[in-house]
Design a protein around this ligand. Structure first.
Ligand code: 13P
Length: 244
């Protein structure tokens, strides 16, 4: 099974910068990184058309960081999953902790988004993870399981799904979950999804992934790849992670 390396650029990179990144990455990738890795890019909405064009003819796949729960209609300011599919998007972030925390996205809305993506036959990358307070209160499992149960309620368990575990306290902080912490929760998430009947899923870890810690984390059971923020903004650094 190929490992997945997903770049979440957040609110960074203009269309020109995005195009340049992909050109630079493809020069590095001439050495064959795609044989063992699936490389995904999540640009901001205005740069997705440029990413779509720059990725044409490459093996890089891409998708939006967020979509609305309806395909079209009177929803000023929102973005359509259907249009993203027309641009070639195959993978869609849903429920990133920044969406949950800064934009008040709740489980029921995220569940609608996942269902819409399944109806379009594309792959949700469903994000979960606990805050520091929740971890300190030993609520990590409770929080993650609740996000899974509510966000993935009633969805088709045979369609491909990616779940990204990103402890909120490790995002952009330089604090990485330890090997043991990742191993424990990934095993639990794996068992939980299996017990819910999911047959075709991969688990990503995210939170301060860097070239220096990627190799070790990738050896943890049930870590099938990474969702990478800060370290995905530079093609050389991102490429180093993809090589691990
Ligand atoms: P960092 O890699 O910058 O910690 O961000 C992680 C993240 O939020 C990816 O979605």
């Amino acid at each position: 099974m190929k490992k997945i390396f997903a770049a979440n650029w957040k609110l960074n990179k203009s269309p020109l910068e995005a195009t340049k990144f992909i050109q630079d990455f493809m020069k590095l990738a001439a050495n064959g990184v795609f044989n063992q890795s699936d490389v995904l890019i999540f640009p901001s909405a205005f740069s997705m058309d440029a990413v779509s064009k720059a990725c044409a003819g490459t093996k890089i796949q891409f998708g939006p960081q967020n979509i609305f729960s309806e395909k079209s209609g009177a929803f000023t300011g929102e973005n359509s999953a259907e249009v993203a599919v027309q641009l070639g998007a195959q993978f869609f972030l849903v429920g990133h902790s920044e969406r949950r925390q800064l934009f008040s996205e709740v489980d029921a809305l995220l569940n609608q988004k996942v269902k819409l993506l399944q109806s379009l036959k594309v792959i949700p990358v469903f994000c979960i993870g606990e805050t520091l307070d929740q971890r300190d209160a030993e609520l990590t499992e409770t929080v993650c399981f609740s996000q899974i149960e509510k966000g993935l309620a009633g969805i088709d368990t045979t369609q491909r799904l990616i779940v990204a575990y990103e402890p909120v306290w490790a995002i952009g902080t330089g604090k990485v979950a330890t090997r043991d912490q990742v191993a424990e929760i990934h095993q639990k998430i794996f068992d939980k999804l299996t017990s819910m009947g999911f047959q075709n899923f991969q688990l990503l870890y995210g939170g301060s992934v860097k070239p220096e810690n990627a190799k070790e984390l990738l050896q943890v059971p049930h870590v099938h790849g990474f969702l990478i923020g800060g370290a995905s903004l530079d093609p050389n650094t991102f490429y180093k992670i993809c090589q691990s």
